[in-house]
Design a binder for this molecule. Structure first.
Ligand SMILES: Nc1ncnc2c1ncn2[C@@H]1O[C@H](COP(=O)(O)OP(=O)(O)OP(=O)(O)O)[C@@H](O)[C@H]1O
Ligand SMILES: [Mg+2]
Length: 317
């Protein structure tokens, strides 16, 4: 059987997104939301879904409960063409959920991790890893069962000949415990956003963060919201791309995951890192033109249509 281009390993949950909220929420009071939607949540799943929509062959390894939310996310993944045979459904667990209170380009979120806490190294065999050419892992701080072993996972993947990528995402505990010396040498593409990078390295600027990571990091793409992104490659000048500004943002939910999907789509095809970054900026921007993390990625036709209409770019699939 042909190998997967990418095996996404990580958390699965649903997002209940509330929009048009009439003011900031306060404990003891009730607010109304103008509309709501239940969507595929979780950074790793949005990444996998959008990467598959771009045309890569994607599998997912993660954990859910035996419940309605678990079925919902598994079906959503399968519906976008993802191999879900490595999604583990466990009776004793419940599938996680995030309530997203969306305010324009920013949002407040509350997550119940549920089953995502329980994915561990025991669930990931050499055989699973060897079924793919690349692994992507996201949301390090949400995955208590894997966090301490993450360097082992990446080292194992590289030893088996895979390339690897990591997006730590935000640390809800804001402790930012990240052993970059032991993890980053095994990460081919590191994909934090700017704020996360500064927290992870305890520095004040991207330049200072890079200085600190230099002995360990391979390729680093830093997401900067509507300012685009920056790429660091060992021994080369920083590449700063301003991106494809969308001044009419529907919401920025999943923009970072869509950026990752665009980057890795090109990366696994052996495209130059400059082109990976440029395409990542485009897929990040495309994400902001439709509701939620996967709305703009319903099909290649839709992506092409939006790219042309909004950014005057024709995507060469
Ligand atoms: N308003 C915008 N216009 C154009 N591009 C955008 C806009 N917002 C985000 N992007 C693109 O999406 C990328 C990722 O966005 P962002 O920096 O918000 O990631 P993130 O904070 O990791 O997001 P997430 O919350 O999904 O993890 C940016 O680097 C940029 O390329
Ligand atoms: Mg992010």
């Amino acid at each position: 059987m042909d190998k997967l281009d990418v095996l996404a390993i990580g958390e699965l949950n649903v997002d209940l997104i509330l929009n048009e909220i009439d003011g900031e929420v306060e404990v003891g009071k009730e607010k109304l939301a103008g509309n709501m939607s239940l969507t595929l949540g979780s950074s790793t799943a949005i990444f996998a879904s959008n990467l598959s929509s771009l045309g890569a062959k994607v599998g997912f390894l993660g954990k859910v409960g035996v419940d309605a939310f678990g079925e919902f996310v598994t079906q959503k993944l399968a519906g976008r063409g993802i191999d879900t045979s490595l999604v583990i459904a466990e009776k004793s667990l419940s599938t996680g959920a995030t309530v997203v209170l969306n305010y324009g380009e920013d949002r407040a979120m509350v997550t119940h991790p549920g089953a995502m806490d329980f994915l561990s190294m025991k669930d990931i065999t050499d055989e699973h890893l060897a079924s793919a050419k690349h692994i992507h892992f996201s949301s390090l701080f949400l995955q208590a069962g894997l966090k301490k072993d993450i360097h082992r996972l990446f080292a194992k993947a590289q030893a088996l000949g895979l390339t690897t990528s990591l997006d730590t995402q935000w640390d809800p505990a804001e402790k930012w415990e990240f052993d970059f010396e032991s993890i980053l040498p095994f990460v081919d593409v590191f994909l934090p956003n700017e704020t996360e990078l500064l927290h992870l390295t305890n520095t004040a600027t991207v330049e200072a963060a890079i200085e600190k990571l230099k002995p360990y990091v391979r390729n680093l793409a830093v997401k900067r919201g509507n300012k685009g992104s920056v790429l660091y490659r060992p021994g080369q000048e920083l590449l700063e791309l301003s991106g494809y500004l969308n001044t009419d943002v529907v919401d920025a939910i999943g923009a970072g995951d869509s950026f990752n999907a665009g980057f890795i789509y090109k990366y696994v095809n052996g495209t130059s890192l400059e082109e990976c970054l440029d395409f990542a900026n485009l897929t990040g921007a495309l994400n902001t033109t439709a509701v939620g993390g996967t709305g703009a990625f319903a099909s290649k036709e839709l992506l092409s249509e939006i790219a042309l209409r909004k950014f005057n770019i024709s995507i060469d699939f």
